[in-house]
Design a protein around this ligand. Structure first.
Ligand SMILES: [Zn+2]
Ligand SMILES: [Zn+2]
Length: 236
């Protein structure tokens, strides 16, 4: 299994309002130095306290698309707000972004029942430009993995395997067991996954070190890892 990836699409700059003071410039320099072909900036949606505003997302259409030989993509990590799958950016703004990740976060949606968390993910998949499911490994939000992943496959949406959920200091729970579960189901369904650092700032960009052992344990097929396929970037 290759230890390097071609792109990292789940990262946050200073504009997410917590975790780091690093700018996109700081981050893209690191991405370039480690040989990434593309870097995706996915700030938290506006419902996250102190995160990027609607105006920030609107102006991304004017942002540079390439720096230091790295392609820049601009997305969002949307907050799923309820079981109906409501999220915190409007359809017109979502349609202008390169992609959206849908995630649950404690400040914007308290954990619900297994049935309602599952519904939240499934309903949120219907929004424009949703391409990835964020850290569905989080044990604080129990879900029906088989059901969510079967629907994702039908909608051409991919789950991420989140390196930060697997780090020794992870604040999400049961990341290891749940990531194994996700990989096992995805292998069975032939559903590709996205490997993500979820780096806040530049320090973890491209880091998938805690994911690699799980790929080995599950004997996960390389062709189902989006980050090894440069051609996938053409679809964003
Ligand atoms: Zn998140
Ligand atoms: Zn994130």
């Amino acid at each position: 299994m290759k230890s390097t990836i071609l792109f990292d699409l789940h990262t946050h700059s200073i504009s997410s309002g917590h975790g780091s003071n690093d700018t996109i410039t700081d981050m893209v320099k690191v991405a370039s130095s480690i040989g990434l072909k593309a870097l995706g900036i996915s700030e938290h949606g506006p419902a996250t306290p102190c995160s990027a505003t609607v105006s920030y997302f609107r102006n991304l259409s004017l942002a540079c698309r390439s720096r230091f030989d790295v392609r820049l993509l601009y997305g969002v990590e949307l907050n799923i707000l309820d079981k109906y799958g409501n999220v915190d950016l409007s359809p017109d703004l979502l349609s202008e972004l390169d992609y959206a990740i849908i995630s649950f976060h404690l400040p914007t949606c308290k954990p619900m029942s297994l049935e309602d968390n599952t519904l939240g993910y499934i309903n949120a998949m219907s929004h424009k430009n949703v391409r990835f499911i964020g850290h569905m490994d989080d044990g604080r939000y129990p879900i029906d993995y088989e059901h969510v992943l079967e629907v994702a496959k039908c909608k051409y949406i991919f789950p991420e395997i989140n390196n930060a959920s697997l780090a020794p200091d992870a604040y999400r729970t049961n990341g290891y067991e749940n990531s194994l579960k996700i990989l096992t189901i995805c292998k069975k369904l032939e559903l590709p996954v996205l490997l993500s650092s979820d780096s806040h700032g530049k320090s973890q960009i491209g880091n998938v070190q805690y994911i690699l052992p799980l790929l080995k344990t599950t004997d996960f097929p390389e062709h189902l890892i989006l980050n090894y396929r440069e051609d996938f970037l053409n679809q964003l």
